[in-house]
Each structure stands twice: as structure tokens, then as C-alpha cells.
Design a protein around this ligand. Sequence first.
Ligand SMILES: [Zn+2]
Length: 341
Amino acid sequence: MFQQLRTLAIASLALFVAACSSEDTPPAQQGSPTDSPAEMTATPAADFDNPFGMAVEQLSDGVYAIVSPARGFPDPQNLGWNSNTAFVVTGDGVLMFDTGSSPRIGEALREMVRSVTDQPVRWIINTHVHGDHWLGNEAFLADQPEKILASDITIALMHEQGYEWISRFNSMTDGAIGDIEPVPARDAVTESGSHHFAGMEAVILRSERAHSPGDLALWLPEQGVLLASDVIYTGRPPATFDSDVLGWIAFLDEMIALEPEVVLPGHGHIADAQAVVQMRDFFQTLWDLVEAGFEAGQMDYEIAEQARTELADYEALYPGVGETLGEAVSHVYMQVEAALF
Ligand SMILES: [Zn+2]
């Protein structure tokens, strides 16, 4: 089973590579990631070399986000910085939630933490194996973190795919990631559950496979904040190349039940509980459409054509989604087929 998962993951990585090389990525630094229901403050870049133009936004008491304005994949303009990061100041140490695509990005993120607190980063959570969520780990080793957490599934994949992600991202960014060594997470999360970080409660949510194998998300019950990583997207289409859509829907159902006040997606602007429902509805509609088409004997390209019509309204939520539906339908088509046999 696990071997099968690995094989699937490698095949998926190849698909991602194909998807990335054909995607016309929008330029970075467009749009403003501030349309959030939450009350937030944006801190302008501190007085350090900040080539990314990062800013800190407060999500709740002690909880901060650093939101990338990019709405596509790593590219030479965004220098690889296309994903969101969060951090929580606990009173005795900082909990980091994802570290970006490179040590250079990680260093800039670390400077942003420094602009809020002098406390060291004691814990890191890496949500999944995709390189834009953990290749910045190296930058935080100076803080001597006590734990670098990821799911057991993700840790195995980090060891297997680390160099592949580095080389892929370097070719996508004209070398902006650098000649680096991967620093995989080392503390395995094998199930969902409540943890305490210097007395602060945080619930780590673990999925076998949703957006990708072994996704983690973080629920902060006292603050009402859900750090969802790539299980939720806003302002751009979700990436399905590594997904299990039924698992994804189930994970979104868990998140809906939490009734979060603030939601930070892995990519896109800060949102609220509505974004969770919207993402779930999108995938349920997509799944139902592909399943019905499959049962009617349609080919995936025929279903994709229908999907572009029936899901046209989602263009407002996920601009560019129409162009990705051909691939998304192909991925779901294989999953529908596998679910039936
Ligand atoms: Zn991802």
C-alpha cells in the first residue's frame, strides 16, 4: 500500500512538472491580499534586505500570516515565493507553519518573525511535501528548533523527492532556489490530535491524502484560526495533480465542522469559513460531474468540456480555473475509475 502511494506520488510529481512547464503563470506582485473579514494590521517591510516585499498580517492574538501575492507557480519574477506562511507567538517560543520554497525565502520569513518578537522559532510544522512549503527549513536551523513536524507520509516523501523539488524549482525560477540541501522534517505526526506549544493548545489535523499525501493543517481553537495550507485555495485554481479528491472533500468537511473565524489558505488571500465551504462545493461538483460522465461512458475530454460550462461561475473565485479543468478532470477521472474497481 505504502509502496503504491510512493509510486503514485512520483507519478504525480511528473504530472506537476508537466503542468508547471505548460502553465502561463501570472506575474507576481499583483493584487492585494488584504480583502479579509478579519481585523488585521499589515506591517511594512522591516529594515533588512527584503527582496520579496514581505509583510506581516495579524490574524488573531499572537497569530500572524505572511501572504504571498503570487497566484501561480514559482517563477523568475517571484523568486520562488508563491506560498503562504504563518507563525504563532506562544509566549515562550514561536511556532512556524511552513517555511517557503528556499532558504533565502526562509531567511526573509525569519526576519519577518523578528519584526514581531525576539523569541526563537522552537517548532516548525511542514504541511506537505510540495517544495514551496518546506525548502526554507534550513534558514530556521540557527534557532535550533526542538521539533520539525510533518506527517509520517510526508517525511518519507521529503527524503525521496527533496532533490527533485529543488531541481524542478530551480529550473522554474532560473536558479533562484540555489544549490541547496533539503532539510526534511524529523518528527512524525501519525494522527490528528491536540498538542501544546508552551501551554498554547493547537490541534494538528492529519489526512492520509487530500491535496497531497499526508497533508497537515493546524486548528487554533482559542483564536478561531484555521491554518489550512493547500487544502484551501483562494484567488487561484487548486492544484489537483497529487490529490485524492474524496479524501480532500472529507478533510474539508472536518474543517467546516470547526467553524473557523479566520482561514489562511496555502495560496491566496486570507479568508473565513466561507472559503472552506466554497472549496468543498467545488470539489463535490467536480467529482459528481466526472462520476456521472464516467458512468455514461464519456471520455475525460468530453467531461472536461461540460465541466468548463457547469463550473464557469467558479471563475470569479478561482480565476483561471477553466484552463485547469482539462487536467483536473483527468486526475479525478482516474480516481473515479479506481474507486469503482
Ligand atoms: Zn501543495
